[in-house]
Design a protein around this ligand. Structure first.
Ligand code: FES
Length: 226
């Protein structure tokens, strides 16, 4: 029997609370599968046998592509659809929403600040101008960024609404710098003011990136352009 503790919140601005559930299903399913099981297996009841509301969480692809299911699983930011129960230690699973974003409902957060930061800094690729092939493999890796927000969860410098935009932003900067000659200089300045000057190099973003983007290489290449 696995005890599943979930930090829930009915609506934005309301007090979060903890609610626990018992799970005795298979362990070779993901946390996304577990949430589906709890929500739909039976009438949803908590570990005290009380009827309760369905658990709010977000997903789209269920295959590690959209980033919507990002949450904190046993203290580690991760994608629910890529994290399997059998890979977690112990008989207790704790789920809570990402802390760096406002909570909409239960495990669903508002990550629109990531897109707002890109908009505010005009970090869009615009006209595509392939420059040379030597950048291709890093461009390919950087383009995999899901904007899931896991890197921002562990970043000691990222605070929503402030001018440091975090690692997710660097991937777009790198793509623009290497694909659009006209924007290359401008993006160097934008990168410096929204990332380069304030990154304290904890590099914890690298540990949690679900796409294994070589962020150190991305950052090093951009630092060289400042
Ligand atoms: S549901 Fe798309 S990444 Fe998990």
């Amino acid at each position: 029997m696995i005890k599943v503790k979930i930090i829930r919140q009915v609506m934005p601005g309301m007090e979060p609370y903890e609610e626990s559930f018992n799970y005795d299903g298979p362990t070779d399913i993901s946390i996304a599968g577990l949430l589906d099981y709890l929500n739909f297996h039976d009438d949803i009841v908590n570990d005290r046998g009380e009827r309760t509301a369905r658990i709010g969480w977000d997903c789209s692809c269920l295959q590690g592509v959209c980033g919507a299911c990002a949450m904190v699983i046993n203290g580690t930011p991760a994608l629910a659809c890529k994290t399997f129960i059998k890979d977690l230690k112990g008989t207790e699973i704790t789920l809570r929403p990402l802390r760096k974003f406002p909570v909409f409902h239960d495990l669903i957060v508002d990550r629109s600040s990531i897109q707002e930061n890109l908009k505010a800094s005009n970090a869009y690729i615009g006209k595509y101008q392939p420059k040379n092939n030597k950048d291709h493999s890093l461009q390919y890796a950087a383009a995999k960024c899901l904007k899931c927000g896991l890197c921002l969860e562990v970043c000691p410098n990222y605070v929503t609404g402030q001018s440091f935009f975090g690692a997710a932003f660097t991937n777009d900067c790198y793509l623009i710098a290497t694909r659009n000659r006209e924007k290359s200089k401008e993006i160097g300045r934008v990168y410096a003011s929204h990332f380069g000057k304030n990154c304290s190099k904890s590099l914890s973003c690298i540990d949690v990136c679900p796409m294994d983007i070589p962020l150190l290489s991305v950052i090093a290449k951009l630092n060289r352009r400042r």
